[in-house]
Structure formats: structure tokens, C-alpha cells
Ligand binder design. Sequence first.
Ligand code: FES
Ligand code: FES
Length: 155
Amino acid sequence: MTKQVLTLRVNGEEHSLAVSPNETLLEVLREDLELTGVKEGCGEGACGTCTVLMDGVPRRACLTLALEAAGQEVITVEGLARAGELTPLQRSFVDGHAIQCGFCTPGMLIAGTHLLQNNPRPTETEVRKALAGHVCRCTGYAKIVKATLAAAEES
Ligand code: FES
Ligand code: FES
């Protein structure tokens, strides 16, 4: 398949890459840009661990063609911290023991970041709704929800 040149803006940096029309954003982020914080779980849109922000909106990178991201601002979990400082949500996940194996954490943090940007004082129900579709096999979700609410309270 003929490759096309894609200019991709990720975490504030611009990259020029040759990609096949059928390559996913997930493949390009992990394999070409080595942003391995973006995880591949199910590969079919069901687990949420590959979630990134595209122009501020959560998207499943496994279901997104890389070419669809042309001209959009992509934020991965690597792009959340600023100058080495964790965001309040990231800090709250650490302090609140909301991470066990960590495989779901990148997607949870992206979804939680989107929620708090748009609804700084969510209820527990709103947090659970925002995180629906993000599968965690370790924590039972309670600590993730609590950490998200704690981050909202803190900020
Ligand atoms: S890897 Fe994309 S939703 Fe599971
Ligand atoms: S912490 Fe292991 S899957 Fe969520």
C-alpha cells in the first residue's frame, strides 16, 4: 500500500511521518513515535486503554486511522504532566493507590482529564459515566473514582 506523508502534532511537537492508509493512530504513536504509554489492550475499541485526546476529545487510538489525526492536536498520557510535574489527577491516582498493574491507567487519566476540563466538580455518578468503557482488571474501580473526585476537590 502506498504510504502518505502525515504531519502529526503530538504533545505539542510536530512530526512528519510516512504512513500507510490503513495504519492506526495507535500503531503510529507506539511504533513510530515510541509513545508506549498509550497501551494496546483489546485492539477493537472495547477496553479504553488506548484512549488519547484529539482536539480535546477522547478517541480510541486503535479505532482511529493515523491519517484522520492530520491537523489535529493529539495528547497522550505522556503529554499530561508539565515540566515534570504531575497533574493533580495523576498525583491523586498515585496518592490514592488507584494504580495496580497500570495497564488501564493511561486511558483512565485521559478520560478523567477530559472530564475535569469540562466539568471541574463532577458527582460520583458523572465520574463513573465518564470512565464507563474503560476496563480495569485490578482495582475494582472504587479507588479510581475516589482519586478522580479527590483531584476535583483539590483543584
Ligand atoms: S486497545 Fe483500543 S479500546 Fe482497547
Ligand atoms: S490497574 Fe491493572 S488494569 Fe487497571
